[in-house]
Design a binder for this molecule. Structure first.
Ligand code: ATP
Ligand code: MG
Length: 153
């Protein structure tokens, strides 16, 4: 079924905006005016992007900023989740999409979690013909990007 990504993200933004207030984070969404259509399961896609936002919120200290950007890139739709949080060490970055992998720092031990959120997100994105990539600089922040093929409507 074809879904409008922008509309789906609008409802996700509402949900996370409340969490941002509670955690004293600046959450800044950039959604385009025009619709972007994808062939995807809305609930699964919501979960995948939600897992990225949950991480951004979890691994960014109070007062930090999380940005969600949705935009077209040629025949693709791009979803970026960027934070200026704790970042990921370069040696861990190749492993973060593996099941049960967690960066072993005092801070991540404090936060808790199973190390499954990114593995699930990657599974969902790839099952829809999309791709997910991560870039990060320790103590500066992280950016996760999802790319999806677009459809006409
Ligand atoms: P779960 O999602 O199962 O509750 P989790 O958040 O630890 O637990 P993932 O979402 O799979 O697991 O992330 C794997 C690891 O990658 C995390 O434990 C953390 O070390 C690192 N990580 C993920 N996202 C970020 C981020 N935005 N900033 C810093 N580190 C991150
Ligand atoms: Mg997680």
């Amino acid at each position: 079924k074809n879904i409008n990504l922008v509309e789906l993200m609008r409802s996700l933004v509402d949900e996370y905006q409340k969490q941002a207030v509670a955690k004293n984070l600046n959450f800044i969404p950039y959604l385009p005016e025009q619709p972007l259509y994808l062939k995807a399961d809305a609930d699964l896609l919501r979960q995948a992007v939600g897992n990225l936002l949950t991480n951004a919120f979890k691994y960014t200290p109070s007062g930090g900023t999380v940005k969600l950007r949705i935009f077209p890139r040629g025949y693709r739709a791009v979803i970026q989740v960027e934070d200026n949080g704790i970042g990921i060490p370069a040696e861990d970055l190749p492993h973060i999409f593996e099941r049960f992998y967690r960066v072993d720092t005092v801070r991540s031990r404090q936060t808790g979690g199973f190390g499954l959120g990114l593995a699930i997100a990657q599974q969902i994105i790839q099952a829809h013909g999309g791709q997910i990539t991560a870039n990060s600089v320790l103590e500066q922040g992280s950016i996760f990007e999802i790319q999806f093929p677009r459809v006409d409507k």
